[in-house]
Design a protein around this ligand. Structure first.
Ligand SMILES: [Mg+2]
Length: 254
């Protein structure tokens, strides 16, 4: 695989880690996703080695991340930046949702009444259509998502792995990078953004803006400078940065 990234430098770089598909393997039921066993301890050591300059950046709610990463409470951007937590012991800050979200939600509920195989996940400020296991419904899901935002201000449809997500324009993973890079302990470091999905492209651009780079996990087009093949390679890099051997069962990382 081309463009293998250089070794991580915990004392000089800041790290932005996507969760699903980067740290945690996909599951049919998105609420059943968890870190591989031993992962949270390894991540805690990595965060410490980086002086705390590590943020988990996800489309999930931060409280969802807390449950899946317990007992770790990550510095985090959730819902692609609608939610922020700047320190493990800080409160979660939330941007108010756009009024257009309520209208889009009503349209989705009406559209999905006859389509039980496309599931609506209501994140409050964002709305996600899931069709994992029913990939033949992708075009229908896309049409429903586009119909839900038609004529509404400030909402965009973003495709992902077996999802279409409706969220507020200008709220993305790049904006999360901008926010964290302006404050300690991130400021002055070079950001490295790791992600596997289309929404991570904003994060890759954000990292480049601040003198760092992106690492795309897995296949697919990307603007990221580097690439790692899979979740196991991500954990391998985190362990290597600590001078440790990776002690996680491969079966737990796919
Ligand atoms: Mg992901």
């Amino acid at each position: 695989m081309p463009n293998i990234p250089p070794e991580f430098e915990p004392r000089e770089q800041a790290f932005f880690l996507d969760f699903d598909g980067t740290l945690a393997p996909f599951r049919m039921d998105p609420s059943a996703v968890m870190l591989p066993s031993g992962g949270n301890e390894l991540l805690a050591r990595f965060v410490e080695a980086c002086g705390g300059a590590v943020a988990v950046v996800s489309g999930r709610r931060i409280e969802d991340l807390d449950r899946m990463m317990a007992p770790l409470k990550p510095v985090a951007g959730g819902l692609h930046g609608v939610e922020m937590r700047v320190a493990a012991d800080a409160a979660i800050e939330r941007r108010p949702p756009s009024p257009s979200v309520a209208e889009a939600r009503a349209r989705l509920i009406a559209s999905l009444a006859d389509t039980p195989d496309i599931r609506l996940e209501d994140k409050g400020a964002a709305l996600v259509l899931h069709f994992r296991g029913n990939e033949h419904l992708e075009e229908l899901a896309r049409d429903i998502a586009n119909g839900a935002v038609a004529g509404l201000d400030g909402l965009i449809v973003v495709p992902g792995h077996a999802i279409f997500e409706i969220r507020m324009a200008g709220v993305d993973k790049g904006a999360i990078v901008d926010m964290f890079m302006a404050r300690p302990p991130f400021v002055g470091r070079h950001p490295v953004f790791l992600g596997d999905d289309t929404t991570d492209e904003d994060g890759f651009a954000g990292a480049a803006r601040h003198g760092g780079y992106g690492i795309k996990v897995g296949s697919g087009d990307t603007i990221a400078r580097y690439r790692l093949p899979d979740i196991a390679a991500v954990w391998g890099r985190l362990a290597a940065a600590l001078g440790e051997d990776l002690n996680i069962d491969r079966g737990e990382m796919s």
